[in-house]
Design a protein around this ligand. Structure first.
Ligand code: F6R
Length: 258
């Protein structure tokens, strides 16, 4: 098992993380046409999408030739309902940019047969030629997508039972704890590792332990994000508070390159 340490960059604030991530995506959209993006949802991504939309409005980028695949969606939550990742993506990105709606893909959490939907989603990613740049957040338990600890590194898109820690972290998107979905459909770890380039972003002190486990802990299923060290083309972008538990901590605005 060959290990490839990721490129790590620490910047001063969540806003600076978002700006740097947008700069990376802008470069990708300009250099590679058509581009296929992999997209995440969540609180970490919100400032990133706000700046990406601002860049599109300013005419710095266009999504007309882009397509995208989201990492995950809750099972049993209708696309238009609050808390769904479909609703999140519409609100934060899709309704503001010129990407054709049929090229903005999200797994169908309402599918009658989730296993068939998972196979269809994998085939759709393959038919698009794979993902060029995949954006990831990280869970406090080290999950990427909704690959919770214990997920096999060979896993593909599938249904998964959410950890209690994940349900608690995401409870704010739902009226009460009982309404937080228990299951989701997620790209697998092997699906993620198949992307040509990966950009993981992490902000806030609550992510510090997961970032350190992913980058400096043992590579194994206990920390799904540690699988990223098997990839070879991964950037990790953190704010200072998310980098505090790294032993070999890069200086702010310093890029540590393997
Ligand atoms: C969301 C996703 C998750 C989140 C992670 C962090 O599509 O795949 O892995 O990136 O749970 O979420 P936030 O940013 O809300 O802390």
């Amino acid at each position: 098992m060959k290990e490839y340490p990721p490129r790590i960059e620490v910047v001063g604030s969540p806003g600076a993380v978002a700006e740097r991530a947008v700069a990376i995506v802008i470069a990708e959209l300009r250099d590679r046409q058509p581009v296929t993006l992999g997209l995440a949802t969540g609180a970490t991504m919100t400032p990133f999408y706000a700046r990406l939309v601002a860049a599109a409005r300013a005419g710095l980028i266009s999504f007309h030739a882009a397509s995208s695949f989201n990492l995950d969606e809750y099972v049993g939550i209708a696309p238009q309902s609050r808390g769904s990742f479909h609703a999140y993506m519409q609100e934060h990105l899709f309704r503001h940019v010129d990407m054709p709606a049929d090229r903005a893909r999200i797994p169908d959490g309402m599918a009658y047969d989730v296993a068939t939907e998972a196979t269809r989603y994998e085939a759709q990613i393959a038919a698009a030629g794979g993902i060029d740049l995949l954006l990831l957040g990280i869970g406090t338990n080290g999950h990427i997508g909704f690959n919770e600890p214990g997920s096999d590194f060979a896993s593909r898109t599938r249904e998964i039972r959410l950890d209690e820690a994940t349900r608690i972290a995401n409870a704010g998107d739902f009226p009460d704890r009982a309404s937080v979905p228990r299951r989701a459909i997620t790209m697998g770890i092997a699906t993620i590792l198949h992307a040509k380039r990966i950009l993981l972003i992490a902000t806030g002190p609550e992510k510090a332990a997961a970032v350190a486990a992913a980058i400096e802990g043992p590579i194994g299923t206990a920390c799904p994000a540690s699988a990223l060290r098997l990839h070879g083309n991964v950037d990790v972008l953190c704010d200072e508070s998310a980098a505090t538990a790294l032993i070999d901590r890069p200086h702010t605005n310093d890029r540590r390159r393997a």
